[in-house]
Ligand binder design. Structure first.
Ligand code: COA
Length: 390
């Protein structure tokens, strides 16, 4: 047990410490041309393009190309790129067996282990002192393999041949549901996958950059990112959003449910964001997609969204007055409407984080590429607040 003198010494140390924001909130840690999150304006930019416009009008491969090249592809470039992704997206029979053995438990953990094992099996090595083109090929290969890995993990079988598939998003959805997706469901999923492809220096992207900055291989960097994304505060909210709808049950119960939870200091999944101080453009877009899907789930989602936003606003206003601080606005985040859209297209609840992962793999890959093209080892400082030697 510490004495009061020791406690005083610790307090003294902390008082004199250099100041830095908890969670590195507001700190810049890299330059990037990939994406800009404009939290106050509620805009998301991918390499100079408005992400919402891309999501509403382009295919997954076109936007992937934009992240890689900074421009839209010509028709020929797009068909070559699509062909390349398709070609690289096949697992060997040994890899199918390997992935099968890793099934079970948390899908994100199984995916993380599968990707790591495949990179190891393909003999991926440190990227240091190697050709950039080779590194780029390794990145694109692991990304292209994602739908096939997820399919084996979900079905336990060798991926089905998908005659006439319409690309990465189609292969993913078809692999998970076992049926050729309708055009509407494919477009809904593709819109989601594009919107979440990249998002500045979020925790998992930071993880990927930190890992690759040590010279670690591409498989290690992507594995680190997947592990980081698996936390409920980052990419794990859509499943719990549906659990919330189940627990509410019906539109008539919304107000009572929300006020009870609010009184208990509940953390509402699908609300709040570190950067956005206005509407997240991705959630507005996905809400439009969900509205087109229609049905009772949408009505419940709308009623729940409205009730939680109202309750959070009242709480934040009261807090701001009590503490004489500006109001911290809390809005719905991308995960709320994602839950509704993914449920409608037939993705099981247990695979929502994996689906996010299938999209964010592209952003991580491009951040890794960017980091390797101008690397500096990440090595920040920690401020010691432990006991001093006697
Ligand atoms: C996303 C998130 C981690 C951002 O966290 P952050 O930037 O550190 O924000 P804070 O946790 O400091 O939140 C500020 C205040 O708003 C409250 N708040 C934030 N999100 C909230 C939520 N979803 N429900 C209830 N209150 C919330 C916090 O409790 C805190 O209140 P306090 O100052 O009285 O302690 C946080 O909003 C959250 O946990 N949301 C739920 C999980 C989720 O949807 N994750 C997906 C993110 S895309």
């Amino acid at each position: 047990m510490s004495t009061s003198n020791e406690n005083n010494a610790t307090i003294q140390t902390i008082t004199n410490s250099p100041s830095f924001p908890a969670g590195l909130e507001g700190v810049y840690a890299c330059y990037t041309t990939l994406s800009e999150v404009m939290g106050t304006e509620g805009k998301l930019i991918f390499n100079g393009f408005n992400a919402v416009e891309l999501a509403e009008t382009k295919t997954f491969e076109e936007v992937w190309f934009v992240l890689r090249e900074g421009r839209l592809p010509s028709c020929c470039e797009l068909s070559d790129f699509r062909f390349k992704i398709e070609e690289l997206g096949h697992l060997t029979s040994d890899e199918v067996k390997l992935v099968r053995k890793l099934r079970g438990g948390e899908p994100m953990s199984a995916f993380r282990s599968s990707l790591s094992a495949i990179a190891n099996g393909r003999n991926f090595k440190s990227w240091l002192k190697r050709d950039q083109a080779e590194i780029s090929e390794e990145i694109i290969t692991l990304c292209a393999l994602t739908p096939a890995i997820m399919e084996v993990l979900h079905t336990g079988r060798k991926p089905k041949y998908k005659f006439g598939n319409r690309g990465y998003a189609d292969r993913y959805l078809w692999g998970i549901t076992g049926e050729r997706p309708t055009e509407a469901n494919l477009r809904a999923l593709e819109t989601y996958l594009i919107l979440t492809m990249d998002h500045g220096l979020n925790a998992s992207t930071f993880s990927a950059r930190v890992t690759v900055s040590t010279g670690a291989d591409i498989g290690a960097a992507l594995t680190a990112a997947i592990g980081t994304l698996s936390g409920p505060l980052h990419g794990g909210a859509p499943g719990p959003v549906l659990d919330m709808f189940d627990s509410i049950g019906d539109c008539a119960n919304v107000d009572h449910w929300v006020s009870e939870k609010m009184a208990a200091g509940h953390l509402f999944m699908g609300f709040g964001h570190r950067i956005y101080r206005t509407d997240d453009p991705r959630s507005l877009t996905l809400k439009r997609v969900a509205e087109r899907q229609a049905g009772p789930r949408i009505d419940l989602a709308k009623a729940t969204e409205a009730a939680i936003l109202k309750a959070l606003a009242e709480k934040q206003e009261a807090k701001a007055i009590a503490e004489n601080k500006p109001v911290r606005t809390l809005r719905v985040n991308v995960e709320f409407w994602t839950a509704v859209v993914l449920e409608h297209v037939g993705i099981p609840r247990t695979l929502y984080s994996s689906t996010f992962c299938a999209s964010r793999m592209i952003g991580w890959g491009e951040h890794i590429r960017e980091q390797t093209s101008n690397n500096k080892l990440y090595r920040p400082l920690s401020y010691y607040t432990g006991k001093k030697p006697v």
